[in-house]
Design a protein around this ligand. Structure first.
Ligand code: NAD
Length: 286
């Protein structure tokens, strides 16, 4: 454990927030998990309990480890309360720039002056989030992947003003959590989504233009390129609304037509066919 960052706050107790809280608590860190929704907090604790229970039954941890890990997580519905005395805050709230700017202003107001403010955003500029605070040198991206306890990567994103020492600290902290961090600079889509999303978008264009069926496109990429999931299956898993929002960030961020979202993607989102979460996307889920 890195003692300098022992007191952690995680904002947002959804899919990513509960995984991030689980990870830090397993690593011995004390976690305040904060959400505006009491229901989300309850659900997050139940999910963490279930996931730790699975680790106990696989004999990866003991029942005592599970109890100790749960004992390190406290929940809060007030940011002012939950941020008191925290050394690092990882924001994992809903992906919306205006919401995140507001949350970063509050993180700046309620966290100790030397605290690091991190965001798990998939696509929002870390530089823009840093700019709404009085401490842009201490604002950084800590981009985890779903499911957080399993996926090894953390994309550590330096904003325009992020201090090199803070960046080194967050690389070390990620390693301490058992992850493999990579350091990248703040440009639209960072590295992960800048490379992944245009591939998914191209797969959608390939379907749209009638080159092949969804099954055929995914089979080519799985068996020919050794991808564990085809790009269309992956798009359904991520959520087509999320894919569209990230393509818009790339398109507007670079001003380059090569990032234009495929009209079929836009139409499917308009129709409410969002992939796994709506039961239907490029494939049907029951
Ligand atoms: P989610 O919808 O599952 O959870 C978001 C949570 O934020 C909700 O529980 C909501 O109540 C809470 N929230 C909203 N406003 C809040 C506020 N003002 N204060 C406190 N909590 C608030 O979303 P998610 O999938 O966990 O995504 C969270 C972040 O992680 C996003 O920035 C997203 O881009 C990023 N991300 C998601 C994935 C993924 O695969 N889902 C992967 C990497 C990064």
């Amino acid at each position: 454990m890195i003692s300098k960052y022992q007191q952690v706050a995680v904002i947002g107790a959804g899919t990513m927030g509960n995984g991030i809280a689980h990870l830090f608590a397993m690593g011995g860190y004390d976690v305040n998990l904060i959400d505006i929704s009491e229901a989300a907090l309850e659900k997050a604790l139940a999910t963490i309990d279930k996931n730790l229970g699975r680790m106990v039954s696989k004999e990866k941890i003991t029942e005592a480890d599970k109890t100790a890990t749960l004992g390190r997580i406290s929940t809060f519905s007030s940011l002012a309360e939950g941020l008191k005395g925290r050394n690092i805050v990882v924001e994992a709230a809903t992906e919306n720039i205006e919401l995140k700017k507001k949350i970063f202003q509050q993180m700046d107001e309620f966290s100790p002056a030397d605290a690091v403010l991190a965001s798990n955003t998939s696509s929002i500029s870390i530089t823009k989030l840093g700019a709404v605070t009085q401490r842009p040198a201490q604002v950084i991206g800590m981009h985890f992947f779903n499911p957080v306890p399993v996926m090894k990567l953390v994309e550590v994103i330096n904003g325009y003003d992020t201090d090199k020492g803070i960046s080194a600290d967050i690389m070390a902290l990620s390693k301490d959590l058992g992850k493999v961090p990579t350091e990248v600079n703040d440009f639209p889509g960072f590295v992960s989504n800048r490379v992944l999303m245009p591939m998914i978008n191209e797969a959608i264009y390939t379907l749209y233009e009638g080159v092949a069926t969804a099954e055929a496109i995914d089979t080519v990429m799985k068996l020919g390129m050794a991808h564990p999931m085809g790009p269309l299956r992956l798009a359904d898993f991520i959520g087509l609304d999320v894919c569209l929002a990230i393509m818009e960030v790339l398109y507007h961020g670079f001003g380059n037509p090569k990032y234009a979202p495929c009209p079929l993607l836009r139409q499917m989102v308009d129709a409410g066919h969002l992939g796994d979460k709506s039961g239907k996307g490029f494939f049907v889920y029951t």
